[in-house]
Design a binder for this molecule. Structure first.
Ligand code: TIU
Length: 224
């Protein structure tokens, strides 16, 4: 495994690959396909598809380099006992979390829409973290899983850039992890938010972390 230098902004970053993990945030049908949570919120879900191929390549490179790969899914228990009313109430009743849509109940664990898109299906031994919030550390065992494996660097891909990706990067940064947002492997329903969210990560000398392109990340982590 050894060390690698990732070309990134605001500066190149040297990482110990044995202590580096890839986390793929919420690449679920509910956000990327019509009829799910993203569409229920009024978004054009096709805007997220640009992240799929870069995610696929980064996942493949991480697997080839034997990095830990984790996936997250946003969603709630079928009885919705973990869904804050303040989150559920923010939509018309027929489009709310728990309402029935073409991919099953919106944002509910076990339903079709909650699944990760088939293009990026986790492999058998990759942890999948089910999270009730936007951040992947909130009410999950992610931090324990990373610390137990000695992980200190996180490559972060997924959707949406300014919501679950950004919240997770902020949570990880405060916990002492170095985060590298993989720019083209993230996407937003609002292209302007995608750009400014990445700008916010790398501003002020990397106030939340680093930003790199998927090609540079793949070149650094895949075995040569
Ligand atoms: N609405 C939106 O942009 N995102 C979410 O609700 N969740 C995630 O980002 N995963």
């Amino acid at each position: 495994m050894g060390e690698a230098v990732i070309k990134a902004e605001p500066s190149a970053l040297r990482v110990d690959l044995a202590r580096t993990a890839l986390i793929v945030i919420d690449m679920q049908r509910d956000f990327l396909e019509p009829g799910g949570f993203g569409a229920a919120l009024g978004n054009d879900v096709s805007l997220l598809r640009s992240a799929i191929e870069p995610c696929r390549r980064v996942i493949a490179a991480a697997r080839a380099g034997k990095l830990l790969v984790l996936h997250t899914r946003e969603g709630h228990r079928p009885d919705m006992s973990d869904a804050p009313p303040a989150k559920v109430e923010r939509a018309e009743p027929q489009l709310r979390i728990g309402a029935r849509g073409p991919m099953g109940r919106i944002l509910i664990r076990g339903e079709q829409g909650h699944d990760i898109i088939p293009e990026l299906a986790p492999s058998g031994d990759e942890p999948v973290i089910d999270k009730p919030g936007k951040g992947a550390f909130y009410q999950t065992d992610l931090e324990a899983m990373l610390r137990n494996r000695g992980i200190v660097n996180l490559l972060v891909c997924g959707v949406t850039t300014e919501v679950c990706v950004h919240t997770t990067i902020r949570e990880a940064n405060d916990r002492g992890f170095r985060c590298i947002a993989v720019a083209d492997a993230c996407a937003s329903y609002f292209p302007a938010f995608h750009k400014v969210a990445l700008d916010m990560v790398k501003a002020q000398g990397g106030i939340f972390g680093w930003v790199a392109g998927s090609e540079d990340v793949c070149a650094a982590i895949a075995p040569s």
